[in-house]
Write a protein that binds this ligand. Structure first.
Ligand code: AMP
Ligand code: GLY
Length: 422
């Protein structure tokens, strides 16, 4: 069986690493991949949004399954295009991926079907949005409707901040068309957790829960990033909570998507806030999370390819998915300056002397000229993951080994999973 993974982050490296465990997998390709995926698969130089070229490659390489990592190709309809060519694909159609690509769509769906979420108003007019902000007591949350690479959500502590966010999104078009409409939401408080599920459009099987860290600096300070670390499982989110979220969020959402004529297949990711009134949805994603995937997949004991094929063929209800009781902690090593301006091309040292309990998933890396040389090539460079018998053990292990990995400007948070272990 030949498989093509689309994307170039640590999530895609973790997918490749997990898929490689299946001996029936023959050729494995990643487009475009990174220096890490090059060690497990063949990288092909096609960007993740070049759907036409990706589909041609899938045909000429006799690909049996395409696995889509990031949201943009899904929102552009890669699954529809591949399906029309008869190529099996793990990931939702364009119509189904609207659950991530339009926050207005997701909000209306949740309202219509009684799925718990923050109260919110939608505006297409900046004047009306401004008037509404002036009538609200801060804090409020301002969200661009469309995809904005994780930057389209502003928690405004004051009216001025909310008005500035509206200017950026709707007037200055900081995120282009994604800012045609905005949502202005009540600000929820509580602990956050990500619960992802596999679904074939009917059966919905939650994965193990995880927490990610979006701010750059310790204690959740500094600017927002694509994610600076993650761990699984959070001790505060037990099996009863998983069942509650399955019953009140995940299953009803998948059913709702079917009712709306948008059957949903792939991974449904619920970003949740655990409020005093129970778990509420902050966002849905139509794919695996990054960096959550890097701490979830190492805990998977069932074959991932088997799960993906069951999702594609609508047989997910017939398999049992097992997870390791062990814990994982993952820390992202980033380039100096990230998420702002940063330089790339620095050699990364210390990757080959790590103990077996440590897995390194590459993101912004590329191969250097010398054999085995790896250079930085992006903002988030690596996710370093340790597995242990507890979150505390995994956390100690990962932080003990991180100093061995070096590149110029490297920075990382020191407090990933710290609250779990006090
Ligand atoms: P999202 O992309 O919608 O998940 O938002 C990014 C981050 O903003 C979330 O992970 C939360 O930390 C925060 N956030 C989003 N919506 C709200 C809300 N209604 N209240 C408080 N925080 C929120
Ligand atoms: N970890 C958040 C995301 O993947 O969108």
């Amino acid at each position: 069986m030949n498989i093509l993974i689309i994307g170039s982050g640590a999530r895609e490296h973790a997918l490749a690493w997990t898929i490689r465990k299946n001996p029936a997998v023959g050729e494995l390709f990643v487009a475009p991949g990174n220096a890490g995926t090059a060690g497990l698969a063949q990288n092909i130089r096609i960007t993740a949004t070049d759907i036409k070229t990706l589909a041609e490659a899938a045909q000429s390489l006799a690909i049996d399954l395409v696995v889509v990592g990031p949201e943009n190709p899904l929102a552009l309809g890669i699954a529809d295009h591949l399906n029309s060519l008869g190529i099996p694909v793990f990931g939702p159609t364009k119509a189904a991926a609207q659950i991530e690509a339009s926050k207005v769509f997701a909000k209306e769906l949740m309202l219509k079907y009684g799925i718990p979420t923050a109260r919110s108003e939608t505006f297409a007019s900046v004047e009306q949005a401004r008037a509404y902000v002036k009538s609200q007591r801060p804090p409020v949350v301002v969200k661009a409707d469309g995809l904005a690479a994780g930057k389209g959500v502003i928690i405004a502590q004051s009216r001025e901040e909310a008005l500035a966010a509206l200017d950026d999104i709707m007037d200055k078009r900081a995120f282009g068309n994604a800012g045609d409409r905005v949502l202005i939401e009540e600000c929820l408080s509580g602990r956050e957790v990500s619960l992802l599920a596999f679904t074939d459009g009917d059966a919905v099987v939650p994965m193990v829960p995880a927490c990610d860290y979006k701010r750059r600096d310790d204690d959740d300070m500094g600017p927002n990033t694509g994610g600076m670390g993650a761990y699984s499982p959070p001790g505060f989110f037990d099996d009863n909570m998983i069942k509650l979220v399955h019953d009140t969020v995940l299953q009803p959402t998948v059913r709702a998507m079917s009712s709306e004529g948008r059957p949903y297949k792939g991974v449904l990711y619920a970003g949740l806030m655990l409020t005093d009134q129970g778990p509420k949805v902050l966002e849905f994603n139509a794919r695996f999370g990054d960096p959550e995937t890097q701490v979830i997949l190492p805990r998977l004991e069932t074959d991932l390819v088997e799960i993906m094929l069951a999702v594609v063929s609508g047989n997910l209800g017939q398999i049992r998915i097992k997870w390791s009781a062990q814990s994982c902690v993952g820390v992202v090593l980033a380039s100096g300056g990230y998420p702002g301006q940063y330089r790339t091309g620095f050699p990364i040292r210390g990757l080959d002397a790590l103990p077996p309990e440590i897995a390194v998933f590459h993101a912004g890396t590329r191969q250097g000229q010398q054999p085995g040389a790896v250079l930085t090539d992006g903002g988030r460079v690596l996710t370093v993951v340790a597995k242990g018998n507890s979150v505390g053990e995994a956390r100690s292990l990962v932080y003990k080994n991180l100093p061995a990995i070096e590149f110029e400007g490297c920075h990382y948070r020191k407090d990933i999973a710290a609250r779990e272990t006090v």
